[in-house]
Design a protein around this ligand. Sequence first.
Ligand code: FES
Ligand SMILES: [Fe+2]
Length: 447
Amino acid sequence: MTIAPTPAAPRAGWRTPSPASADVSAYLDLERGVLDRRIWKDEALYQQELRRVFAPSWLFLAHESQLPKPGDFVTAYMGEDPVIAVRGKDRRVRVFLNTCRHRGMRLCRADAGSTKKFTCSYHGWAYDLDGSLVNVPNPDAYPDHFDTADWGLREVARVDSHKGLVFATWNPAAPALTEALGDMAWYMDAFLDRDPEGTEVVGGVTKWVLEGNWKLAAEQFASDWYHVNMAHASALMVMSPTGRGPKSEIANTPGRQFTSPEGHGAGFPVHPRSRFDDQTVHGYYDYDQLRGRLGDARVEGPMTTGHATVFPNFSYLPVNGTIRVWNPKGPDRMEVWTWTLVDRSMPEDVKQAQRLYNLRTFGPSGIFEQDDGENWSEIQAVSRGFIANDTRLNYQMGLGIHRDDDPDYPGRVGELYSDNAARGFYGRWRDLMNTPAWHENPEASHG
Ligand code: FES
Ligand SMILES: [Fe+2]
């Protein structure tokens, strides 16, 4: 029998030649507000997105209230990469690629739970909560230089949280989460910081699949109050407290839209003339107290209504507490994951009222959600056409109308009815798509 020399310990990843990346500038003319819909359906661009948009960005994974104790875990996606987020014995949340290092089986197949270790269902390799390989069946069959220390789970480079929301990125050189959020954090806190006790999620995660590119949804939640009056006309009639329907209450509502260099966006009526929040939840809040805590501008704007996207694919609506991720599943499909966020101090009946209101309005069969899904699926279906893809689209609303010194609202702010945040979203997308990511750098570590 010959004994081979001991090879160097393998790394978790190694350099594979990066496929050619396209310059996407030709698909968007954001200075003139024109967009090419091929960015929603092209397979090669989609693969480039996974490499250059999803891999380097901070991505939302879970709410801390889903992981209260050591051993608690949830599974999620970062782009199309499945991951496990687990609270360790040291109480730290770590995130691992959800794949066994032996033959690549999906290691954890549960949505959520609590465990002492993760055991692969194929051959039985088992991993501790810190990702180390702790059990290999038939260990004597392996050569002497086989070392379990070399075969731990692949760990996500950075994990951080903002007011209970857990984000992670594969990019070891990513800016800190606070820096990546920038001015967006001020708008998010109008929703996340109403209660000194913070927030939690109730009722589990609701998931469904939609035929449509993930950017259609992310862009709309960043930038589009414009569709509310038309796309949601029937829902607004049902919800209207006066029964007079949408035109008198929503059309020409004054408000603001925020856009940022990081690609985030939010829009909201200011001093809304009509309410579409749940009566029980509305009755729970002490608005004078909230003014003291968050300031008038936030209470009269982004605290109760409007829409928002944290680039690239995390969105929320303060009105019903929905927080959501548009998980990409190929260029023409997304898997929507939604949670209901509530304030921790709310009595149980108020939390449940918000959960039910969220399901009624923006659950998979919610009266608003269906309108949005229908529009995105039809846009995607039209995008299959040859001539359709040679026909450019209009993103010119609010072009050139914004200010960086609004006395009430930080960052770049324009009118509520505007495509500013959509152009900001696609501008950030274009810049990331045109910039080699850290893993394309020959000096980068692959962990
Ligand atoms: S694939 Fe996991 S133990 Fe074999
Ligand atoms: Fe909508």
